[in-house]
Design a protein around this ligand. Structure first.
Ligand code: C2E
Ligand code: MG
Ligand code: MG
Ligand code: MG
Length: 274
């Protein structure tokens, strides 16, 4: 595995640019649901790259390699633009599009200008766009970065803290950042249904978010016990394999059609990353 990992890294480094230019990358979309209404609320765009050499490449690895240099700019802007273009096709069915944004990208480019441009190009309303950032933003909390986030909010875009609980984001930052949503990392949910103390911890996180007027999305719902736990805990929204796996746009179009007549429905993404 170590060797494969190393050579996959080298492969990504030398092929990402070409892969972007030749249309080898794509986005899959994972639905998010309201727990009270059991309706579709949003979708999250997730990067996918299938290479002849390595099969499906782990998106976290791709992002990490891109973050080492300017490739992260190319990649981030491709993702943003593609996600907005795709979303234009489902915006009558889906209220919100979430796109993951690397903090490294935010540091390198005037993101507000770029986002405004792609919004205009796609005809998607800024009120439909949600940008997910991670807790590394806290380590880089330069005034310029905080300012950029505030400007995005002023445009009507919402901001989510992704994988909440795994990083450095203390209470003071949670207050200081212009967030609308926290996504609680799936590791907490996993533990909450098997251990009473972890269940209490999950409730504390939910309460904390509620006190700060933040919308809460539970990540990684994989079984009925977890879903039940979240419903009883009055968590707002949920995302996970139990409800729906990430899927290509073509499948999402079918999925949103079906959602009108049925409730939670799992659709399989059969991908095994390197
Ligand atoms: P994330 O933003 O936290 O995305 C959620 C990840 O959890 C996705 O993995 C998704 O497929 C997976 N997931 C969803 N439901 C479940 C579940 O019930 N159980 C389990 N075990 N996993 C679930 P994926 O697609 O492999 O992406 C991994 C990470 O890579 C993302 O985590 C995000 O940090 C990063 N990433 C993916 N696409 C992009 C992108 O376009 N830009 C940036 N900057 N990062 C991206
Ligand atoms: Mg995310
Ligand atoms: Mg996450
Ligand atoms: Mg993650």
């Amino acid at each position: 595995m170590g060797d494969t990992h190393l050579s996959a890294k080298a492969f990504i480094k030398s092929n990402l640019k070409l892969a972007l230019q030749t249309g080898q990358l794509s986005l899959h979309y994972q639905p998010q649901f309201s727990l009270a209404q059991e309706t579709l609320t949003g979708i999250e765009a997730l990067l996918r790259w299938r290479s002849k050499e390595f099969g499906w490449l782990n998106p976290e690895l791709v992002i990490a390699v891109a973050e080492q240099d300017e490739l992260i700019v190319l990649l981030s802007e491709w993702v943003l633009r593609q996600a907005l273009t795709d979303f234009a096709q489902v915006q009558n069915e889906v209220k919100r599009l979430s796109v993951n944004l690397s903090v490294r990208y935010l540091q390198r480019r005037p993101v507000v200008t770029v986002v405004e441009k792609y919004l205009a190009e796609s005809g998607v309303s800024p009120h439909c766009l949600d940008l997910e950032i991670t807790e590394t933003v806290v380590l880089e909390s330069a005034p310029a970065l905080l300012n950029a986030l505030k400007q995005l909010r002023q445009l009507g875009i919402s901001l989510s803290m992704d994988d909440f609980g795994t990083g450095y984001c203390g209470l003071s930052y949670l207050k200081k950042l212009p967030l609308s949503t926290v996504k609680i990392d799936r590791s907490f949910l996993h533990d909450a249904v098997s251990n009473a103390r972890d269940a209490l911890l999950y409730h504390d996180i939910l309460q904390l978010a509620r006190n700060l007027d933040l919308r809460i999305i539970a990540e990684g719902v994989e079984n009925q016990a977890q879903l039940r736990f979240l419903q009883l805990s009055h968590c707002h929204e949920a995302q996970g394999y139990l409800l729906a796996k990430p899927m290509p746009l073509s499948q999402l179009l079918q999925f949103t059609g079906q959602q009108k007549t049925s409730e939670f429905l799992a659709v399989a993404e059969d991908i095994h990353f390197l």
